[in-house]
Design a protein around this ligand. Structure first.
Ligand code: NAD
Length: 268
């Protein structure tokens, strides 16, 4: 079987470099293209050297359309950039693995429309552990009903621009699904001032930003007598990069469709 041909967009970003490393360490995948935004100081640099692995002979370019044919494009950039990359993917017979978070509902709708006929994996978190935690949260929420107050906590590094994190929102959706409610109807995203007593059935979110925290998440079910906590800590971004490369390998034999990491791991 020939190695999967992969384009990494945003290849000098925190995740971009990890993705290049994960691909270079994988026996089943090969980097064939790498991009950065037009104003990046890294245009023309070798993607492998930037990622701290061997020279790969793939230079960062600013125009994704100048990349050679590939099977999959992996995108951990920004919502606006991901929409542009989606249009490129939709024009070609290739798949897309999306890790970008922070889309608003209009951008999400646009993304789904553009990629309606493409194979796509999109996940707020590519770690195997987090995806297992999402399954556990849905199960726990079905058992620990509204007499358990549900709260979601997340902490990330100081550079993160969206909040709550995509993973915290995914946890909220899993929790809401376990209780057969819509997250939008019960979510409380901020608390300040005289907010009154906690509303039964609500799902609260709290957020910490600081230093170089890779990602911490916890779903808490709190009753008067006990507290159940499902918690995940990422200590190295490579966990997301390896998960995304695993998703890319899984995606290629699939037909057009909108998949998530639960599908990749067979947890659905
Ligand atoms: P980052 O800012 O370090 O990297 C993003 C890179 O994308 C930057 O280098 C930027 O220059 C580049 N970029 C922006 N526009 C571009 C364009 N038009 N073409 C090419 N490159 C472009 O950010 P990061 O920490 O690597 O995170 C990126 C995204 O991935 C964020 O949305 C973050 O929340 C998400 N993320 C997801 C997971 C997951 O498992 N799903 C894990 C970590 C981060």
């Amino acid at each position: 079987m020939s190695a999967l041909r992969v384009i990494v967009v945003g290849a000098s970003g925190r995740m971009g470099r990890m993705l290049v490393r994960a691909i270079s360490e994988s026996r089943n995948a090969r980097l064939v293209g790498a991009t950065e935004r037009v104003s990046s100081e890294f245009i023309g640099c070798d993607a492998g050297e930037l990622a701290g692995v061997e020279t790969l002979g793939v230079q960062l370019v600013s125009d994704v359309t100048s990349c050679t044919t590939a099977d999959v494009l992996i995108d951990f950039t920004s919502p606006v950039a991901t929409l542009k990359h989606a249009a490129f993917v939709a024009d070609r017979a290739m798949g897309m693995v999306i890790g970008t978070t922070g889309f608003d509902s209009e951008q999400l709708q646009q993304l789904h429309t553009i990629l309606a006929d493409s194979p796509v994996v999109m996940a707020a978190n590519y770690s195997v552990g987090v995806n297992l935690a999402l399954s556990l949260i849905e199960k726990a929420a079905a058992v620990l009903a509204e007499d358990y107050d549900a709260e979601i906590f997340e902490a990330h590094h100081k550079h993160k621009v969206d909040a709550p994190s995509g993973t915290a929102l995914a946890m909220g959706h899993a929790l809401a699904a376990g209780r057969s409610v819509e997250l939008d109807d019960v979510a409380v995203y901020s608390r300040e001032g005289l907010i009154g007593a906690r509303k039964s059935g609500s799902i609260g979110f709290s957020v910490v930003r600081g230093g170089n925290i890779v990602g911490e998440h916890a779903a808490m079910f709190i009753s008067d007598e006990e507290r159940v906590v499902i918690r995940h800590e990422a200590s190295d971004r490579m966990v997301f990069a390896r998960g995304a490369v695993r998703a890319a390998n899984w995606l290629v034999p699939q037909g057009a469709g909108n998949y998530d990491m639960q599908d990749v791991l067979g947890l659905n």
